[in-house]
Ligand binder design. Sequence first.
Ligand code: AMP
Ligand code: GLY
Length: 419
Amino acid sequence: MKVLVIGGGGREHAVAKKLLESDRVETVFCAPGNAGMEADGIQCVKVPETDSENLIAFAKAERIDFSIVGPEVPLLLGVVDDFEAAGLKAFGPRKEAALIEGSKDFAKSFMKKYQIETAASKTFTDYESAKAYLDEKGAPIVIKADGLAAGKGVAVAMSLEEATLALKEMMLEDKFGSAAEKVILEEFLEGEEFSLMAFVNGEEVYPMEIAQDHKRAYDGDKGPNTGGMGAYSPVPQISEQLVKKAVEEILKPAARGLVAEGRAFRGVLYAGLIATNAGPKVIEFNARFGDPETQVVLPRLESDFAEVIQKLLHDEKPDVRFKKSGVTLGIVLASAGYPDHYETGHELTGLEHLTETVRVYHAGTKWQDEALVSAGGRILLLETEADSMQEARQALYEEMKKLDNPNFFYRIDIGSKAE
Ligand code: AMP
Ligand code: GLY
């Protein structure tokens, strides 16, 4: 088979690499891909992830068997709808189903309607009413932009001053543009967070193993929210029973609800969950594989990944099995200053000294005069598997040291909660 992965981040790198493990797969293309892929045998195609017309032309010319759409932006623009209209197979939700990620306001009212546990909230379109509600509720409180903001449109405010500042930035200063035309004020929830992804086809739900992301920029979960600074899987602090409850009371009702709304979902449904004293509650839904969760969950998939996707695309039941022992750890190398201001163009050295068992997933890198340089906030992720988290942490932090550079940084506590 020939397969096309759409996107160019660490998640797509992990998806493409996993597909290449399949005996059924001969070639994996990635559009636009990234600077680290060719070394792994993935063929990059210079077409932007949102350019349906040229993606379709490429898929037809190359007789691609199926495509997988990684990021949320092309999903919400309807790239899957366009592929289907052209008679091509593409894995990912159509745009009306991807709205579960594209609008937090839609997701909140959807959860209310289908009795899916989530933080209590209210949506606002003008600053004055939002501010009045804020003053009434007080802190801690969570402020969220309705639309897509690359994981950064959320402020968890511990004081009223912080909350007011965040509200002003979103509603008066236009920091997030049209994504913040609606703003959601949400109850602050406490508990351990985890990510539960599942392959979904209509009402059918095939859960993956859970993972934990590290969203804050600095050690000890301090600092601003980022796209994710590292992840690991499985998450021993979360009981199997709680995961089962989340599958039965969150993922399955969500899949059924989307069908009932005429928004049947085929793709990966991601629930960002928090284990509160009252059980698991939803923080967010995403309509795709998580990044960086995918980089630590897919290596643990035992079944043939390409076969799983193909079966889902043909409305057949896939065999989804994960490794029963061991752990996977992934640590992000980021540009100093990320997620705020940071520099790019710094040379990445030390990759050639990494141990062979460590996998490298690129995100913000590019080739410049034959040198690999940083080109984004999150530069790359190193991933390894081990028998225990302690072993994984010891081994992977030794590898991270090989990439040390004053222009880059990484958290030193990734996975420590699972030791
Ligand atoms: P989101 O982009 O919605 O996943 O939110 C980013 C991060 O903000 C989450 O991973 C949580 O750490 C935090 N967060 C979001 N909503 C809440 C909430 N209601 N209570 C506490 N923390 C939250
Ligand atoms: N890791 C969070 C996300 O993919 O949105």
